[in-house]
Design a protein around this ligand. Structure first.
Ligand code: DX5
Ligand code: ZN
Length: 258
C-alpha cells in the first residue's frame, strides 16, 4: 500500500481534483525543512522534488538523502521528479527515503543508457518501461511518467491503458532549470491525454504562473507544479489559490480539453 492516495475525480468534474505542487527547486536549500513547512501551511497539496543527475539534464540538484532528511520534518506528499538516466537505479533508495511518487522520464526508460524515445512505440508497451512501473509500485510508491516537450504523447498511452501509471507529467519547459518561459504548444499533449483518459492525473511542470495557468487548465491538467511563481511571490498563498481556482473552473466548465 502506498502512503497517500492519488487525487480522484468527483461528480461534475472532467478530471481528478486540482492539486498544487510547489517545486522546492526554487526554495532556499539551506532552510529546506522550514520552507516546506511554510508552503504546506500556506496551502500546498504536495511538494515537488526535482532530482537532476547532470547527465539526463545539464544540472545537478538533490538525491534520496535529502528526501530522507525532509521526510523527518514533514508528512507532506513528496512528489519526486527524476530527471535522470537509468531511472531504475534509484527506485529502492527513494522508496526507503519516504518518497510518495516516483516520476521517471519515458525518454530515459527504454533500457540502460537510453536517453531518447525513438526505441518506443505507441502500439506496444516496451518491457523495460513496464518493469520499471511495476518495480515502483512494488516499492510502494505511485508511478509517474514524464514527457519532455518534444516527446509524442501517444508513446505513454500503452502504459496508461494497461493501468501501470498513476500520473503523466507533461513538461512545459525543457527539463533542467527553474524560472524558464512556459511553452504553450506543449499543453496540446495534456489535452490529447485528458480526452483519452478522464481519470488520469495529468501534471504540468515549467513556467506555470497566474498568467499561464488558464492555458494549462483548459488543456486538462490537474496537478500543477510551480517553482519560481510560488516561492518568488510576496503572497504565495494567493498564487496557489489562483492556480487552483483556474483548474477547478476548467474542470467543471463542461468544455472538452483543448
Ligand atoms: C524543471 C523542473 C521544474 C522547475 C519548475 O526542470 O522540473 O519543476 O522547478 O520551475 P518554474 O515553475 O520556475 O518553471
Ligand atoms: Zn519538476
Amino acid at each position: 500500500m502506498t502512503r497517500v492516495p492519488m487525487p480522484k475525480r468527483s461528480a461534475g468534474h472532467d478530471r481528478p481534483a486540482a492539486t498544487i505542487a510547489p517545486s522546492i527547486l526554487s526554495a532556499d536549500f539551506a532552510r529546506l525543512a522550514e520552507e516546506c513547512k511554510r508552503m504546506v501551511d500556506l496551502g500546498a497539496d504536495w511538494l515537488h522534488v526535482d532530482v537532476m543527475d547532470g547527465h539526463f539534464v545539464p544540472n545537478l540538484t538533490i538525491g534520496a538523502p535529502v528526501v530522507a532528511s525532509l521526510r523527518k520534518h514533514t508528512d507532506a506528499f513528496l512528489d519526486c521528479h527524476l530527471m535522470v538516466s537509468n531511472p531504475e537505479q534509484w527506485v529502492k533508495d527513494f522508496a526507503k527515503a519516504g518518497a510518495d511518487m516516483y516520476t521517471f522520464h519515458l525518454e530515459a526508460a527504454a533500457g540502460p543508457g537510453a536517453d531518447d524515445w525513438h526505441a518506443l512505440s505507441p502500439d506496444a508497451a516496451h518491457q523495460a518501461v513496464v518493469d520499471l512501473c511495476r518495480g515502483i509500485r512494488a516499492a510502494h510508491m505511485h508511478v509517474g511518467i514524464a514527457l519532455k516537450p518534444s516527446t509524442p504523447p501517444e508513446l505513454v498511452a500503452p502504459y496508461v491503458a494497461e493501468g501501470l501509471v498513476d500520473m503523466v507529467l507533461v513538461m512545459t519547459v525543457e527539463p533542467g532549470f527553474g524560472g524558464q518561459s512556459f511553452m504553450p504548444q506543449a499543453v496540446a499533449k495534456a489535452a490529447f491525454l485528458r480526452n483519452k483518459f478522464p481519470d488520469l492525473n495529468i501534471q504540468v511542470d515549467g513556467g506555470l504562473a497566474p498568467n499561464t495557468i488558464d492555458r494549462a487548465a483548459e488543456a486538462g491538467a490537474n496537478v500543477i507544479v510551480a517553482g519560481s511563481a510560488v516561492f518568488g511571490a510576496a503572497d504565495p498563498a494567493a498564487v496557489m489559490t489562483t492556480l487552483k481556482t483556474s483548474v477547478s473552473a476548467a474542470a467543471s466548465s463542461g468544455k472538452p480539453a483543448h
